[in-house]
Design a binder for this molecule. Structure first.
Ligand code: C2E
Ligand code: CA
Ligand code: CA
Ligand code: CA
Length: 278
């Protein structure tokens, strides 16, 4: 039996075996992490390029792993999506972010109009439970619908525009706003844009990053801004890292900016210091 076992074992490439083990381990760890409350939220400001004021924050998930320390979402979101655990994680971040916003509002650290953006995965967005869950969080935290903004990627809603528009209508009734994330990277049929009550496009970092290098990136951003303007939508340039990129997106009439040039995503304490000291 031992010899057999060994032969069997050799069928697997070590890396394959390792990978299978790792993702299973990751799933187990993610379940534990939810129970143990190991997810925290980092906040990255979104800046008005006309007033230079912070008009919102994007809430970004971080996993404080007991052994491995801070794990970025790129390492666990894919598995969380595969296993359906993403819904619980999304809600956990939404709840934390709404609670935090209320604290900052109560302390007078942010304008009443400031919005908190949270990311939602497609599975979640397209689930019937979403509205009830959001209502619960709004009620429990005391946040107004108009202070909450949801970010979803364009490919996510394309699959089922019918259903999406019903949900979006319900979100609109609550004055919850909606941004299309990573705009420009999906396989776009742009028809959904005017059919769905979306109010902002986030221009993907990949275009902003190479804005000075290739003429076509500038032209893509120009085209996105023109499209957004003609549909009455706002635009946010993601991943602004340099003063040159800032100058360019301003020249292209982007309305909002987000990126390391303004601030990296920070934990609640560090964000509070930014709010307190300007
Ligand atoms: P995203 O929604 O496109 O978020 C922006 C990402 O770009 C963040 O990465 C942010 O830290 C990073 N970033 C912002 N400014 C700059 C910059 O100037 N330069 C560079 N190089 N990067 C910048 P992060 O926090 O690692 O998140 C990665 C992705 O994970 C997010 O991309 C989002 O798709 C997903 N994600 C994060 N939190 C959640 C969540 O709570 N739920 C869901 N479903 N997805 C989440
Ligand atoms: Ca986002
Ligand atoms: Ca994005
Ligand atoms: Ca992205």
């Amino acid at each position: 039996a031992k010899a057999n076992g060994k032969a069997c074992y050799q069928v697997f490439e070590p890396t394959m075996h390792q990978r299978a083990f790792t993702s299973l381990q990751l799933e187990t760890d993610l379940r534990k992490a939810l129970v143990r409350d190991e997810f925290i939220t980092h906040y990255q400001p979104i800046i008005s390029l006309t007033t230079n004021q912070i008009v919102g924050f994007e809430a970004l998930a971080r996993w404080v792993h007991p052994e491995q320390g801070l794990i970025p979402p790129g390492k666990f979101i894919p598995i969380a999506e595969e296993t359906g655990l993403i819904m619980a994680i999304d809600l956990c971040i939404m709840r934390q972010a709404c609670r935090q916003l209320l604290v900052w509002q109560d302390e007078g650290l942010v304008a009443q109009s400031l919005t908190m953006s949270v990311n939602l995965s497609v599975k979640h967005f397209m689930s019937f439970d979403l509205l009830e869950q959001i209502d619960n969080i709004l009620q429990e935290t005391g946040i107004q619908g108009q202070n909450l903004r949801l970010e979803i990627t364009e490919s996510d809603i394309m699959g089922n525009a019918e259903f999406a528009s019903k949900i979006i209508e319900q979100l609109q009734n609550r004055h919850i706003q909606l941004s299309i994330d990573d705009f420009g990277t999906g396989y776009s049929s742009l028809s959904y844009l005017h059919r769905l009550p979306i109010d902002r496009l986030k221009i993907d970092r990949s275009f902003v990053m190479r804005i000075g290098e290739h003429g076509e990136n500038t032209e893509i951003i120009r085209a996105i801004v023109a499209l957004a303007n003609s549909l009455g939508l706002g635009t946010t340039a993601e991943g602004v890292e340099t003063p040159e990129q800032l100058a360019q997106i301003k020249a292209l009439n982007c309305e909002f900016g987000q990126g390391y040039l303004f601030s990296k995503p920070l934990d609640a304490e560090a964000t509070r210091k930014v709010l307190e000291h300007g």
